[in-house]
Write a protein that binds this ligand. Structure first.
Ligand code: CAA
Length: 257
């Protein structure tokens, strides 16, 4: 697949996706969102891919937001369409993918950039990263799921402060607030993501997919997460990966998934 705005490469079961518009601080225009949709969909279908690592090209930015230049002249309908299409094509796709994803936040993650990181299953950041939802400073609100996912990650009170002040958090503050799981130096960022991916790769992809589905169910309106967990738990028992996992335990060997 040839991409113009991203790089996508598979190595040893990991799909590395890099948003690659460094001159525009990797801002998400429509073309980039479409390419990310393609790359994630391809990774989802590839059973060799066990984890996705998402990062930004160059040290300055992960993603500095939705492309402001692209939507500056939009009207109400075009604005609503931008948010709806973006959420469907990228943010919801990533969050509900059965392949776990890690956002390796290497610089500014602002607006749509932080929203992209928040749609990933795991977030880690380098010590130079800055994170925020500055949309209200532009006279708009977060439109790629930020009002919802930030509140569920850091709590309503902190989300309200971040959104209404349009302020940025350092990596350390973001870790204290529960927005990222780990902070490290810039050089250690991808190796740390790979270390997490390696741990993920040892486990059953079937069980991981069902666990992601169950966790997400608890954050979906009108869905009883406990019921989804019960049903997904039960369905594990009819899979070869369950047989392999439990047999390996009893034979005192490592399971091969
Ligand atoms: N959209 C389009 N272009 C962007 C951009 C964005 N979100 N962020 C940065 N760029 C471009 C700049 O316009 C500039 O391009 P030109 O050289 O062609 O003018 C280039 O990237 C470098 O940026 P700066 O010169 O501004 O770099 P800086 O170091 O002075 O500042 C920054 C860095 C603080 C991140 C600043 O670029 C900035 O504030 N960017 C915008 C951040 C933002 O508001 N994001 C939210 C977007 S709205 C959104 O995301 C809505 C949604 O939820 C759907």
């Amino acid at each position: 697949m040839i991409y113009n705005n991203i790089l996508s490469e598979n190595k040893e079961g990991i799909c590395y996706i890099t948003i690659n518009r460094p001159k525009q601080l990797n801002a998400l225009n429509g073309a980039t969102i479409n390419e990310l949709n393609q790359a994630i969909s391809v990774a989802e279908k590839d059973t060799d891919v066990r984890c996705i690592i998402l990062t930004g090209a160059d040290a300055k930015a992960f993603v500095a937001g939705a492309d402001i230049k692209e939507f500056a002249a939009f009207d109400k309908n075009a604005g609503e369409n931008l948010a709806r299409k973006g959420q469907e094509l990228l943010f919801d796709l990533l969050e509900n993918a059965s392949t776990p994803s890690i956002a390796a936040i290497n610089g500014f993650a602002l607006g749509g950039g932080l929203e992209l990181a928040m749609a990933c299953h795991i977030r880690i950041a380098s010590d130079n990263a800055k994170m925020g939802l500055p949309e209200v400073s532009l006279g708009v609100i977060p439109g790629y799921g930020g009002t919802q996912r930030l509140a569920s990650l850091v709590g309503k009170g902190k989300a309200m402060e971040m959104i209404t002040t349009a302020g940025m958090l350092s990596s350390t503050q973001a870790m204290e607030w529960g927005l990222v799981n780990h902070v490290c130096s810039q050089e250690e960022l991808i190796p740390l993501a790979e270390k997490l991916a390696l741990k993920i790769k040892r486990n059953s992809p079937m069980a991981i997919a069902k666990a992601i589905k169950s966790v997400n169910a608890g954050f979906t309106d009108g869905v009883n997460g406990f019921e989804v967990e019960i049903s997904e738990f039960g369905s594990c028992f009819e899979t070869l990966e369950f047989i392999e996992g439990t047999t390996a335990f009893m034979e005192k060997r490592k399971a091969k998934f």
